[in-house]
Design a protein around this ligand. Structure first.
Ligand code: NAD
Length: 356
């Protein structure tokens, strides 16, 4: 097959980890007889430096013309003090909106070789951690009206969390469809005891549940869910929730599996094109030192092959290569344990490519 992949190299450790993911994809292309064409799509701080905006129109066009897009991470202290209207994150929000990506799928899965890295007690980890957070990505408080104003003689601020019926319906369906592909258990997370947007959310979940009689549905308040994720994560299979709750819960869900450097994530809309990235940021504290863990980025490439490019065997090959490489004892600094061999970003990437 021939596929065009938009490449967003990003800032900080971005270019280093992207280089390793592309090296692994090149080996996959060779082994399975595919051609991957990489099209550069600058976005983030580097785009602000080069073009004066975090998402040049040409980059959005490149992503829309591709079969899928691969992103490392963007941002850094250099751009923290610039005009908020053109900050690096604005580029990412505009890209997600421009590509119509409303569903964020983030797996929380413990890699057995890294059990020790989980901050949870061993008896909790033993029960297993393997669930998916499905988060709404382009609605709610992050996209509602933001306002800072004067109230009763002092400064006040508000952010509007608004959802229309169709925005809830489409993400809830992604939740049910994801549950159908897994063990058919869906937990819908809201705050329906307080928020109107959550009451509407719950009503729609209950209506759509009738279309999926095989899926066992339960509702959970977001505060309880954040507690249950650390108390007994094995109870979850698929969690579906709105943007702000999902942002917080998915970070918690990833941390309990060990390192932030290991986890991929995907953003999907209608059709198969998606945006795939590791969940971590641009890690400016270790950028340019060959210290970054490239595994989250490499697993994001695998996820792209599976969900957007229709290449499940190729995705399996990468995931197996990652497990084999960890089995062989190689570790980057963030997941280092006594008795293992510490390597840099490039050496970890090369070992995974060789294992493919
Ligand atoms: P971060 O994820 O970049 O870093 C948090 C900590 O984890 C740091 O100590 C870092 O060194 C470590 N870390 C992260 N990824 C790692 C990896 N692959 N290997 C080894 N260690 C790793 O979060 P932050 O420090 O809060 O943010 C840094 C910058 O990244 C900020 O400008 C922020 O806005 C941006 N950011 C971008 C994204 C994105 O592009 N989607 C997401 C989150 C943060």
């Amino acid at each position: 097959m021939e596929k065009t992949i938009a490449i967003i190299r990003g800032d900080g450790i971005g270019p280093e980890i992207m280089a390793q993911a592309l090296a692994v994809l090149d080996v996959v292309a060779n082994k399975f007889g595919h051609t991957f064409r990489y099209e550069e799509a600058p976005m983030g701080g580097n785009a602000i430096d080069a073009f004066g905006v975090p998402l040049p129109e040409s980059s959005l066009k490149t992503c829309l013309a591709s079969d899928s897009a691969l992103l490392s991470a963007i941002g850094g202290p250099k751009w923290d003090t610039i005009d908020p209207a053109i900050r690096p994150e604005k580029g990412l929000l505009a890209l997600r909106a421009g590509m119509g990506l409303y569903a964020n799928l983030r797996p929380s899965k413990l890699i057995p070789q890294l059990k020790e890295a989980s901050p949870l007690r061993a008896d909790i980890v033993e029960r297993g951690i393997d669930f998916m957070v499905v988060r709404e990505l382009i609605g709610g408080a992050y996209f509602g009206e933001h306002k800072t104003y004067q109230r009763n003689g002092e400064e006040a601020a508000s952010d509007v969390m608004a959802y229309s019926q169709h925005e809830i319906e489409r993400i809830v369906r992604v939740g049910f469809d994801t549950a159908m592909k897994r063990s058919k258990r869906l937990c819908s997370v809201d705050k329906a005891n307080v928020l109107d947007s959550s009451k509407l959310w719950r009503k729609i979940v209950n209506r759509i549940a009738e279309e999926y009689p095989e899926v066992e549905v339960r509702h959970m308040y977001v505060d309880n869910c954040s507690m249950q994720i650390v108390r007994d994560p094995s109870q979850f299979d698929v969690i579906v929730t709105e943007n702000l709750f999902g942002d917080i819960l998915s970070d918690e869900a990833s941390q309990i599996t060990g390192s932030i450097g290991m986890i991929p994530s995907s953003a999907l809309g209608e059709g198969t094109r998606g945006l795939y990235e590791p969940i971590h940021g641009s890690a400016p504290d270790i950028a340019g030192q060959d210290l970054a863990n490239p595994i989250g980025m490499i697993l994001a490439a695998a996820m792209m092959l599976r969900y957007s490019l229709g290449m499940p065997a190729e995705a399996d090959a990468i995931e197996t290569a990652v497990n084999k490489t960890l089995e062989s004892g190689l570790r980057t600094g963030d997941i280092m344990e006594p008795g293992k061999t510490k390597v840099g970003c490039a050496a970890m990437g090369q070992a995974i490519a060789a294992a493919v």
